[in-house]
Design a protein. Structure first.
Length: 148
C-alpha cells in the first residue's frame, strides 16, 4: 500500500502540467509521515538503537508557567503565583480533571520535586528576586502606590 502511494506521488511530482516554481516537496513530507524519512544513508550511526535517557521526572518552566511529569502523573501551574493542578495522563490525556484536591499528597510530592529541580537548575530565584525578596518588594511597591 505504501509503495502504491509513493508511486502515485512520484508520477504526480513528475507530471509537467502540475509543476510550479515553488511547490512544497510533498513526496518527502509523505515519505516522512509513512516512516521512510529516517533513511539516514550518510549517518555513521545508522542501524544503532538509541535508548532514551533514564530520568526520574521531566520538568518545565517558561515565563513563570511550570510543570513536572513523573510517569503518567503531571503537575502544572499557570503563572508564578498560580495554583498547582494534578492530572493523570493515562486516563485524562486532555488534562480536564484536576486531581489535586483528591490526591493532595501526590500534588505536594510533585511540587516539592519541581521546587528542588528549580533550585538545582537555577530557575529560582526568578530574575529580580533574591531569596524570595521579590514578593516583599512587590508588596512594598503596592503599598507605596496606595500612599500616593
Amino acid at each position: 500500500m505504501h509503495r502504491l502511494i509513493l508511486a502515485t506521488l512520484v508520477v504526480f511530482a513528475l507530471s509537467p502540467s502540475l509543476r510550479a516554481e515553488r511547490k512544497p516537496n510533498i513526496i518527502v513530507i509523505l515519505a516522512d509521515d509513512l516512516g521512510y524519512g529516517d533513511v539516514q544513508s550518510n549517518n555513521p550511526e545508522r542501524g544503532k538503537i538509541h535508548q532514551p535517557i533514564p530520568r526520574d521526572a521531566m520538568y518545565w518552566e517558561h515565563g513563570g508557567n511550570a510543570a513536572v511529569r513523573v510517569g503518567d502523573m503531571k503537575l502544572v501551574r499557570q503563572g508564578r503565583d498560580g495554583v498547582w493542578e494534578l492530572y493523570d495522563l493515562k486516563t485524562d490525556r486532555t488534562e480536564l480533571h484536576n486531581l489535586a484536591a483528591a490526591q493532595p499528597e501526590k500534588a505536594q510530592e510533585l511540587a516539592a520535586k519541581w521546587e528542588d529541580w528549580a533550585e538545582r537548575a537555577h530557575v529560582k530565584p526568578y530574575p529580580g528576586e533574591a531569596n524570595g525578596s521579590a514578593k516583599k518588594s512587590r508588596a512594598k511597591k503596592a503599598g507605596a502606590a496606595d500612599e500616593k
